[in-house]
Each structure stands twice: as C-alpha cells, then as structure tokens.
Design a protein around this ligand. Structure first.
Ligand SMILES: *Cc1c(COP(=O)(O)O)cnc(C)c1O
Length: 350
C-alpha cells in the first residue's frame, strides 16, 4: 500500500515494548513490573459508585492526587504534574525542552529517549557509558543542552550518587536537567530534594514499578513551578484529561499506604540479593543493581540463546540487540517462588 505517513516520520523508529502476553502462562520477568498486587486500599477506592462516575470527565488538574503527591514529598501542588505513565511526562518534557534543539542522554539507557528525540526533531547526543557501564558524569557537566538521565539507569541498574546529579544540575543553569527515577525506590538516591534549590531540575517518577500500578498508567514530575507550567502547556495542547478517574483514585490510595509500599520494596531488595548471589554461583557477571532488575551475562553464553531457551520453558526475560550488551540478560526481580523457578529452568539450560 502507498504510504500516507508524513515524510518527517517515514523513518521514525518507534519504541518496542517488552512482550506482554495476555495469558498467565509465563513467569514474567521481562518488563520490571511488581510481582505484588496494588495496595488493598487501591481495590477499596475503586467502588461501584466511582465506576458510575465514569460518565463524567476526570479532573484535568488532578488536584487531589497532585496534593497527595506534593504532601508526600514536601512540595506544593504547583510543583507536581501527572502523566499517563511517566512515559507521557517524558513526552511532555521532550516537546517542551528539546523540540528542534539539542539534548544529551546515555547511549545505553531507556529506549524511549531516542524515540522521543526523533519525534520532536531534537538533535540528540548519545554519550557512551564508561567501561564499567556507568554514566560518565563528565559528559553532562556544563553540557549546555537538555540533559536526560535515568537514575538508577536502565537496563544496567547502576545508580549515580546524588552529589554527581547535583554537579550536573548546578553546571547547566541555562538548560533543563531531567532525572528519570523510575527505579529509585529500590536503592537509588532521589534528587527530589534538589528541586527546592534548582529551578532547572525535573524529577520524573512512576507508579508502575514500586507501586504495582503499571496497568493503571500513572507517573508524575516534581519540578519548579515554571517548568511544570511549561509542561502543562504541552499537556493542555495534547490531552487535558490525561489521567482517568479510576487511576486518579488508585494513585491517591497507593501513596497513602506507605506501609504496604515499603514492605513490598523490602521484599524485592531481599529477592534481588538472593538472585545476585545465585547468578554469581553459576558464573554470571552481574552489574551492581539499585533497581528491581539485574543485568547479567555469562561468559561464553549467547544472550539470545539463553533468552530463547528460557522462553521455551515459560520464563520471559528481556534482552537487547545493541552490540555492547547483546549477551546481557535483564532479569526483573519477582517473588522468591518465581526466582526459584527461574533458576530451576536456567539450570536445565546451562
Ligand atoms: C518503566 C520506565 C518508565 C516508564 O514507566 P511508565 O510505566 O510509563 O510510568 C520510564 N523510565 C524508565 C527508565 C523506565 O524503565
């Protein structure tokens, strides 16, 4: 068929999400979801009465949830923006701060950054990770372009200390620095407190990983009022009702149940320790992880073969094609039972 796509998008390389099989037959360790259900308070919040209210539009300002998030982190409503997943926050930020201009992010990082850069016509620099797969801070100090860094990084799981993030933010006063903290709850140092001090910093978070709400699609940004207003202008130019009613309720109930959240995070960290030590016993090199996944490879073993053999046995993990990381596996940390099953299948293969 003839292509009707505008020429500027003819070669757009879209993001490839991890596999999402719609049955429960796989042990799913491929997209960094939580293995635990959302807080029981979330279930309680979605009543029949609230479902009936779906006939009405949701609050475009998301006031109640923004207030809950602001209170949790010690900010004002005006410092918080909600997104339909943090992916949407990233999209708003790329439109607002990168379109037609320069930006920089690591060459091995979240696969959506180059896609959004291309979508908004940004001139993107991909700075190589150093020989230890760490973000090289020097690439970003005084970069004089919009900086986007995932901290902890994905898919490596490695984190930068807060002091390094502050150096980057302080040295780029004329540019926005966006820190994507999708995984920070599992062991990273958050930069949120720096938002009080730096008007060029955006910290982006998600309810998808540590709060078990990947399917609800909810993320948020914390930043100075000015940056939030800029991203809001993009939001109101694309999708004012970007968060649906049920997700607004789910998010509020989740953030008000810290006890449940902290218990789950602790379990993931414990299971991560177990996973790392079991992988090392089997001769894997495992990068130090501050996230709910580990990035590991076994010398002499093809990453593609391991991925395919695990899949045949009902275990899904994530693997990336880029040359430098093609033999690494990114393994989401699940329940202890899931991890034991993973090792049982792995042992059949290696
Ligand atoms: C998962 C992930 C996101 C996006 O999560 P949402 O589900 O859209 O909130 C953003 N950044 C990184 C680095 C991620 O891994």
């Amino acid at each position: 068929m003839k292509s009707y796509m505008v020429s500027r998008y003819a070669s757009l390389d879209a993001y490839t999400p991890g596999e999402q099989p719609q049955d429960m037959e796989y042990i799913k360790l491929n997209t960094n979801e939580s293995p635990f259900p959302p807080s029981p308070k979330v279930t309680a919040a979605i009543s029949g009465e609230e479902i009936e209210k779906l006939k009405l539009y949701s609050d475009p300002e998301g006031k109640e949830l923004r207030d809950a998030v602001a209170k949790y982190f010690g900010f004002k409503r005006e410092n918080v923006l909600l997104g339909n997943g943090s992916d949407e926050i990233l999209a708003f930020a790329f439109f607002a701060f990168c379109a037609g201009e320069e930006c920089i992010f690591p060459d091995i990082s979240y696969g959506f950054y180059p896609v959004y850069a291309q979508l908004v016509g940004a001139n993107a620099t991909e700075a190589p990770l150093d020989e230890n797969f760490s973000v090289d801070v020097n690439d970003y100090i005084g970069a004089s372009k919009t900086v986007i860094i995932a901290n902890p990084n994905a898919p490596t799981g490695k984190a930068l200390p807060l002091s390094d993030i502050e150096k980057i933010v302080a040295s780029n006063p004329d540019n926005v620095v966006l820190i994507d903290e999708a995984y920070v709850d599992f062991g990273g140092e958050s930069a949120i407190s720096l938002v009080h001090k730096y008007e060029n910093l955006i910290v982006c978070r998600t309810f998808s990983k540590s709060r078990s709400l990947a399917g609800a699609r909810l993320g948020f940004a914390v930043a100075s009022e000015g940056l939030i207003a800029d991203m809001n202008r993009v939001k109101y130019s694309l999708n004012p009702y970007n968060i649906n009613r049920l997700t607004l309720l789910a998010g509020k109930a989740s953030i008000e149940d810290d006890e449940y959240f902290l218990k789950n995070v602790k379990q993931i960290i414990d299971n991560r320790k177990y996973t790392v030590s079991e992988l090392e016993k089997r001769g894997f090199d495992v990068l130090p992880s501050s996230a709910n996944f580990v990035f590991a490879k076994k010398n002499g073993k093809s990453g593609l073969d391991l991925y395919l053999e695990l899949k045949k046995r009902g275990v899904l993990i994530r693997r990336f094609g880029k040359d430098r990381i093609k033999d690494y596996l990114r393994i989401t940390i699940g329940t202890k039972t899931q991890m034991c099953k993973f090792f049982e299948k792995l042992d059949e293969i290696i």
